[in-house]
Design a protein. Structure first.
Length: 346
C-alpha cells in the first residue's frame, strides 16, 4: 500500500511540474524575462529565441519587440531590428526608447538624416531623456554640424553632469569651432571623470596640442592688441589660452619644468583668465561660464590644482603620476573631497 501511495504522489508531483513547466513556457512575460537574463549573460542567440517564442504566443507583446530589436542591434543586425521598432511606434506604447534605438541603428548604417529625425521624435515625447540629446549631439558632430552638436551636448549635460562622453563631445564640438577655452575646460572635466582609458589618451593629446605653438600660428594676442575695442568674453578667454601657449613655449626653452608641471601652470593660466572674465560678467551668463568657467576658477583658487593635474595626466604619465599619488595620498584625498563638496550650476 505504501508503494502504491508513493506512486500516486509521484504522479501528482509530475503532473504539477509538467503543468508549471507548460505554463512558464506559454507565458510571454516569463519568456521575455528569461531572454533578458540570457542577454545579460552574453547569450544573445538564446535571448533572441526567447523573445521570438514570446511573440509567437502574443504578437502584440511590445516589450518582446523592443528587447528583440535591441538584441538584434547588439549583434550587428540592425536592419532586422527596424520592423520590430516600427511595430512599437505604431502602438500606444511609450516610444522614446524605441526612437533612441532606431536613431542608433540609422546612425550606424550611415543614414544620419533618419537618425536625426528619430532622435528629435524621441525628444519631442520625452525632452528630459538625456541619451537622446547625447546621441543627437554625436550625430551632429559626425556631420560637422559643430554648433548643433554643442547645443545638444549642453542639454545632455544639464540632465546628467557626470556623463563623461557628453563632456567629450562638447569638447570636440567647441574645439572645431575654435573655442579653445571651452574645449580645454570640457576636456579637463572629461579627464576628471575618465582619467585612464584609450579615450583619455586621445583627449589628453588634444588638450596638449591646444597648448603647443604651431608653425605658422605663433602670433600671440594680448589685450593691448585690441586697445579701444569692445572685447567679447570669448575673445578674452582666448587671450588667456594664448598666454598659456606662450608660457609653455617659455618653460620648454628653459627646460627646468616637467611636462606635468608645465601643464599645471598652463591650466592655472587658463582657469584664472577665464574665471576673471566670468566674474566680471553680469548675471546673464550662459552654460559655459556658469558650469565650466566658474567651477574651474574655484579649483584654481583651491590648493588642489597639482593633484588635479596629476589626476588628469594619468593616461600620459601614468608611472610618474602614480608614484606622486603614492607619496601624496593626503593631497589626493583632499582633492577628491573637494570634488565631492564643490557644487556647480548651469
Amino acid at each position: 500500500m505504501k508503494t502504491c501511495h508513493k506512486l500516486i504522489l509521484l504522479q501528482i508531483v509530475l503532473c504539477f511540474s509538467f503543468a508549471a513547466f507548460s505554463q512558464n513556457n506559454n507565458d510571454p512575460k516569463t519568456l521575455v524575462d528569461e531572454g533578458v537574463a540570457l542577454y545579460d549573460k552574453g547569450d544573445y542567440n538564446g535571448a533572441i529565441e526567447k523573445y521570438k517564442a514570446a511573440l509567437a504566443i502574443n504578437q502584440n507583446d511590445y516589450r518582446a519587440d523592443f528587447e528583440l530589436a535591441y538584441t538584434l542591434y547588439t549583434v550587428g543586425k540592425g536592419n532586422e531590428a527596424i520592423p520590430y521598432c516600427e511595430l512599437i511606434l505604431k502602438s500606444n506604447e511609450s516610444k522614446y526608447e524605441t526612437y533612441e534605438l532606431l536613431g542608433s541603428i540609422y546612425d550606424d548604417s550611415n543614414q544620419p538624416d533618419k537618425a536625426i529625425e528619430a532622435y528629435k521624435a524621441g525628444i519631442k515625447e520625452k525632452p528630459d531623456f538625456e541619451r537622446l540629446h547625447f546621441n543627437l549631439a554625436v550625430t551632429y558632430e559626425r556631420l560637422k554640424r559643430f554648433a548643433d552638436a554643442e547645443t545638444e551636448a549642453i542639454k545632455a549635460l544639464k540632465l546628467d553632469p557626470t556623463h563623461a562622453s557628453a563632456h567629450r563631445i562638447y569638447g570636440f564640438a567647441t574645439y572645431h569651432q575654435n573655442k579653445r577655452s571651452h574645449a580645454i575646460l570640457a576636456f579637463c572635466n572629461f579627464l576628471m571623470l575618465e582619467p585612464q582609458s584609450d579615450r583619455s589618451a586621445v583627449v589628453y593629446k588634444y588638450l596638449d596640442t591646444i597648448f603647443r605653438q604651431q608653425e605658422g600660428k605663433n602670433i600671440v594676442l594680448t589685450e593691448s592688441n585690441f586697445s579701444g575695442k569692445n572685447l567679447t568674453p570669448l575673445t578674452l578667454a582666448e587671450i588667456a589660452v594664448n598666454l598659456a601657449v606662450t608660457t609653455k613655449d617659455t618653460l620648454s626653452k628653459l627646460g627646468k619644468t616637467s611636462p606635468v608641471d608645465q601643464m599645471m601652470i598652463q591650466l592655472k593660466t587658463v582657469f584664472t583668465g577665464v574665471g576673471n572674465v566670468s566674474a566680471k560678467m553680469d548675471t546673464n551668463k550662459d552654460f559655459f561660464w556658469k558650469f565650466y568657467a566658474d567651477y574651474f576658477y574655484k579649483l584654481e583658487e583651491s590648493d588642489n590644482i597639482l593633484a588635479f593635474t596629476r589626476y588628469i595626466t594619468l593616461s600620459a604619465y601614468k608611472d610618474e603620476d602614480l608614484t606622486w599619488f603614492k607619496d601624496h595620498d593626503k593631497e589626493l584625498r583632499v582633492f577628491q573631497q573637494w570634488v565631492k563638496d564643490t557644487k556647480r550650476s548651469f
